[in-house]
Design a protein around this ligand. Sequence first.
Ligand SMILES: *Cc1c(COP(=O)(O)O)cnc(C)c1O
Length: 432
Amino acid sequence: MSVGRREISDEVRREDPELASLIEAEEIRQRTTLQLIASENFASRAVMDASGTVLTNKYSEGYPGKRYYGGNGVIDQVEQLAIDRLKLLFGAEHANVQPHSGANANAAVYFALLNPGDTVVAMRLDQGGHLTHGSPVNFSGKLYRFAGYGVTPRGDGGERLDLDALARLAQQERPKLIVVGATAYPRTIEIDPIRSIADEVGALVLFDAAHVAGLIAGGQYPNPLFMRDGRRGADVVTFTTHKTLRGPRGGAIVCHEDLAAKIDKALFPGFQGGPIENTIAAKAVAFREALQPSFAEYQRNVVLNAQRLAGALSSHGFRLVSGGTDTHLLLVDLQGFDPDLSGKEAQEVLDRAGITCNRNQIPEDPRSPFVTSGLRFGTPAVTTTGMGPSEMDAIGELIARTLLKRSDASEVERIRAQVAELTASFPPPADR
Ligand SMILES: *Cc1c(COP(=O)(O)O)cnc(C)c1O
C-alpha cells in the first residue's frame, strides 16, 4: 500500500504541498488508529470521487426543472437520480437531498412547520438528544420554546425512552411538533406510540434519524415514516448522509407528499442558497450502495459488532447505559469501573493509545457536559473495514487495559503499537 498515494491527487501535491501533507497526515491517522466515534464512517472511493468532480462548478439554486440559472440540464438529472434513489430507499413520497448537513435539515423542517416561539418537545440533551433539539446555545433553543423528555430511571430494563413522561409532557405543553431521535441513545425507538401521543394533542412528528439512517436503509431499524401496520408514522424524517449511511458529509429529508412543498420552500429559498451538487452526486452514489443487498449485511454486522463490543466491555467491568444496545452505538458509564475516571480523561488517554472515541454525558450524569462520566463508542467505521467479533473482543480488552493502566506511559505506548498492528490488517476501503 502506497502511503497516502490514492488519497491525494498529484495536482494537490504539486499545487499545494503544505495542504497535501496535512491531508496525508489525516489519512495516516484514519488508517493507523481505531475509529470508534459512533457518528463516523469510511465513505467508499466512489463516494469520494463523485464529490471531487466538476459538479462543484455549477450554480443550481432551485430544484430539478425549476432552477434560477441556465445550464442545469445535466445537474437536474444528477439531483433527480439522488432523489429517486432516496425515495426508493425509504419508501418515501418525497425527498429533498439539498441540506448541507443534518443541522440544516432540522432547521428547514422547523422553518417549514413552526413559527418562532412555538412549543416543541424533544429529548433532553443530557439524556441523548442533539444540539438542534433545543439547546440554549443553538438556534433551535433561541427561536422556539423546547420542553424536554428523557429516559426512565436506571435499573433492569431502564434508561429507555420514557413514553409515559413524554405523553404527560405533550398533554401539558400541547406542542406543535414532537421531535424524536437522538445522538447518544443506544436503543430502538418505535414510532407507533409516539404517533398516538402526537395525535392526541394534534402535534406533528419529526424523526431525526441522523444516526440511524443507515440502519433503517439496511433493514436493521424500523422505518419511522411508517407504523408497523403501514399507516403514517413520522410526518418528516431528517438525517445525515455521512454517519451510518456511509455517504458524503451532508443531510437529507424525506416526508409524505402533503408536506413536500412546505419543506422544499423552507430549505430553499427559506434557509440555504445554492445546493452542493458534487455532494449531491456523492449522495446518489451512497444511496445506490445502500440499495444493494450487501449493505443490509453490512448494517447487520454493525449491530452485531456493537453488541459484541458491549459484551466485551461489560466483561471487563464497565456498566453499559440501558444494559446494552440495539444499534450501532454504545454508551459506557465509567463510574462503576473507576469513580475517579472522567469521560474527558478517558477520552484523552484512549486517544494516546490510538483508540478514537468521544466522551459523553450519561443519564443523571453528575459531571458537566465538558467533563462527563461516560464514553460513546460506535461500530460503523470498524465494521466497514471488515472487523468482526474477535476484533471487537480485542478492542474491548484494549480499552479496558488502557483505562486501567492509564498512568503507565510505556503500557499506553505498547497498546498504541497493538492498535497499529490491528488496524494494518483492516484498512479503510478507499485504501485497499
Ligand atoms: C449528527 C446529528 C445531527 C447533525 O448533523 P450535522 O451534519 O453534524 O449537522 C442532527 N441530529 C442528530 C440526532 C445527530 O446525531
